[in-house]
Design a protein around this ligand. Structure first.
Ligand SMILES: C[S@@+](CC[C@H](N)C(=O)[O-])C[C@H]1O[C@@H](n2cnc3c(N)ncnc32)[C@H](O)[C@@H]1O
Length: 313
């Protein structure tokens, strides 16, 4: 696949090396269907300079304002954040950033709690095991496709016990709404998607957003792209991807992962796989539509959205 270094409507993948504000300036008004990102949290990680909180917020404001301008009227913004920590005191970034989004007239649809099992073990407070995704839309007329992201019913055989439909199955046979608490493993050392990036998205987290909030051929933007997880989730489902990354080291990895994904060679954790539970081995059996054996890893097929399992070489 040809990857364009600057925004080009005719391309299906744009990876910009530099400040996201410089990329955003190239993107026309109302052209992006979904903006999904995890910005720096101002924690002084290797890819950011720690700022005073008010400076950080005004920097975020500039980016958010440009994102709103480029967003399609039926589109969505998903801002994934955790806590800013100062002197062991936590400041949840969704709380401090919410007023910015509201000031641009966006509508909050969900505050999705992303919970995961691994992280630092705190000694003076409870260990943090969730972050949030603030999902905003630009208008009341927005794309939301529930069927592609339904999950298995808890009680698939449950039936109406009275009324005209007594005896019929009461749940949707396509599965249920995944609700606003998502239990998805974060990318730590043992995750098959792990790269050198200290905080990359699990691709399955973004797939759920892409499938529900966009249609095929729509543009998906990540202004703080890291190693390209958003772009991969978009491209594998036939959407167009655009992103900016300031560090060349990560950009190179992003390009490499995208090319591998499109050839079906990138190792990825499939959306359908249950979270591993060491106490209930039976729960770890994946749904019938994916087959996994001990010596196998899932890989992406060239046809986006489908998986196969290949033996490890
Ligand atoms: C939290 S990480 C995002 C990781 C990403 N979600 C992934 O899956 O790899 C934030 C990224 O933004 C990049 N970054 C920081 N400031 C930036 C800027 N002004 N423009 C573009 N990228 C920036 C950092 O280098 C870092 O890779």
């Amino acid at each position: 696949m040809k990857i364009s270094p600057t925004f080009d409507q005719a391309s299906s993948c744009v990876l910009f090396h530099g400040d996201c504000l410089d990329l955003l300036k190239q993107i026309p008004d109302n052209s992006i269907k979904l903006i999904v990102t995890s910005p720096p949290y101002n924690l002084g990680k290797e890819y950011e300079t720690r700022l005073k909180l008010n400076q950080y917020i005004s920097q975020q404001k500039q980016v958010i304002e440009e994102c709103v301008r480029t967003l399609d009227n039926t589109g969505s913004i998903c801002w994934q954040v955790g806590n800013y920590v100062n002197n062991s005191e936590i400041i949840p970034l969704d709380i401090v950033l919410f007023p910015l989004f509201a000031s641009f007239g966006l509508h909050l649809r969900n505050r999705i709690v992303w919970q995961f099992g691994h992280g630092l073990h705190a000694s003076k407070r409870f260990s943090g095991r969730y972050e949030v995704i603030l999902w905003f839309t630009k208008s009341n007329n927005y794309t939301f496709n529930l069927d592609p992201i339904r999950i298995p019913q808890k009680y698939p055989q449950k039936k109406y016990f009275k009324g005209p439909r007594k005896g019929e199955l009461s749940g949707n046979p396509l599965g249920k709404n995944p609700n606003d608490i998502w239990d998805i493993p974060n990318v730590k050392a043992n995750h098959i998607e792990k790269t050198v990036h200290p905080c990359q998205f699990p691709i399955e987290l973004i797939e759920r957003l892409v499938l529900s909030m966009t249609n095929e051929n729509d543009w998906v933007l990540d202004p703080f792209m890291g190693v390209g997880s958003t772009a991969i989730a978009a491209l594998m489902h036939n959407r167009k991807a655009v992103g900016a990354e300031i560090r060349n080291e990560y950009l190179v990895i992003a390009k490499n992962r995208i090319q591998k994904a499109l050839k079906g060679e990138l190792q990825m954790r499939p959306m359908e796989r249950p979270v591993y539970d060491p106490n209930q081995p039976a729960k770890n059996i994946p749904p019938k539509n994916i087959k996994i054996n001990k010596s196998a890893q899932p890989t992406l097929l060239e046809k986006p959205g489908k998986y196969r399992v290949e033996k490890k070489k």
